[in-house]
Design a protein around this ligand. Structure first.
Ligand SMILES: [Zn+2]
Length: 326
């Protein structure tokens, strides 16, 4: 299909409940795939992408010179889990992205993954794209700070830095089967360059998480040249900047507390911890059937788990030592 102009409704992809919107610009450029709700209890990213498509519909009316370079495909991640408000139905959709996984028709998340890959493949078939860029929008159970997670390659780090929030590196080698890893790892046969960024917009229930996810998505569209800096103003850049204030710009994962199947029912995070809260080695952070769990090292706490579902209890990150890390 040719690049004939913006189309929001005529696209067969637009008929699917998985597709929030599919915007095809007039100029060749990257395909940006933005996914909200990979975890069903994190609807803020979905709402932000719905609002973004409202803005894109309005933009040519208030800004006659508006053009869009490339293509934006916005998707709902875990449809079944979004309906029930749970993180997942059978298994964590953000841990099963693998070309070698044997998918089962009876597993809800295997079907979700097939649906996501089919939508992306369809968009890639339909319009030639110079590059594939994935933005995966999430929220956390804890409050206190927003951040981006990316691969350790320089192009992805530079793109994540454009969002203006702290960037966490080192996650991909420690978490298997993430959406981020799949798109960074070259597992998908894109036959074109790819970059991937995960954005954590704040707590699940904070209404400003929607504003921050929207601001981050527009920042990314600007950074990759889909829209010009002066177009599609969300007014939320300050919200994003305020939420990021005070945390180091680049950090590295130094520790993951994994919850084993045996500990699943007994793991309880101690109350009051927030993202980017400084901790020192020995600080008691959580308890399980084996007793108290202490921080094994100094650093900043990330994603302390205050919900029943989840594979990791908490993460510890530290300021990345190289000032030229970007
Ligand atoms: Zn999530």
């Amino acid at each position: 299909m040719q690049h004939t102009g913006e189309h929001l409704q005529a696209d067969p992809l637009g008929e699917s409940p998985r597709v929030i919107g599919h915007y095809v610009g007039t100029e060749m450029g990257p395909l940006v795939v933005a996914i909200g709700g990979i975890h069903g209890n994190e609807p803020a990213g979905v709402t932000a992408l719905e609002q973004l498509f409202d803005l894109l519909r309005e933009e040519p009316l208030i800004n006659p010179g508006f053009t869009f370079r490339g293509e934006l495909l916005a998707l709902r991640g875990n449809l079944a889990a979004l309906r029930t408000g749970h993180r997942y139905i059978d298994t964590d959709l953000n841990r099963i992205w693998s070309p070698t996984r044997k998918r089962q028709a009876t597993n809800s998340e295997d079907r979700e993954l097939d649906g996501l890959l089919a939508a992306i493949a369809h968009a890639l078939d339909e319009v030639p794209a110079s590059e594939l860029i994935l933005l995966d929008l999430h929220t956390t159970t804890a409050t206190g700070g927003v951040f981006a997670v990316t691969g350790d390659d320089r192009p992805s780090l530079l793109l994540a830095a454009e969002l203006g929030v702290p960037v966490i590196k080192g996650m991909l080698s420690n978490l298997q089967g993430t959406t981020l890893g799949y798109f960074r790892g070259g597992d998908f046969d894109f036959q074109r360059p790819s970059r991937a960024v995960t954005f954590e917009a704040g707590s699940h229930t904070d209404p400003q998480s929607v504003d921050r996810a929207l601001a981050a998505t527009v920042s990314l569209l600007r950074a990759v040249g889909c829209v010009r800096p002066e177009d599609v103003n969300t007014h939320y850049d300050d919200t994003l900047r305020d939420a990021a204030a005070g945390a180091p710009p680049l950090l590295e994962l130094v520790y993951v507390h994994r919850i084993t199947a045996a500990e699943r029912d007994s793991f309880v995070m101690r109350p009051g911890y927030e993202n980017f809260q400084p901790v020192t080695a020995g600080t008691l952070l959580a308890d399980d059937a084996g007793g108290p769990i202490a921080a094994p090292c100094d650093g900043y706490l990330l994603m302390p788990l205050y919900q029943a579902q989840g594979e990791e209890g908490f993460f510890i990150v530290a300021t990345y030592p190289s000032p030229s890390g970007f």
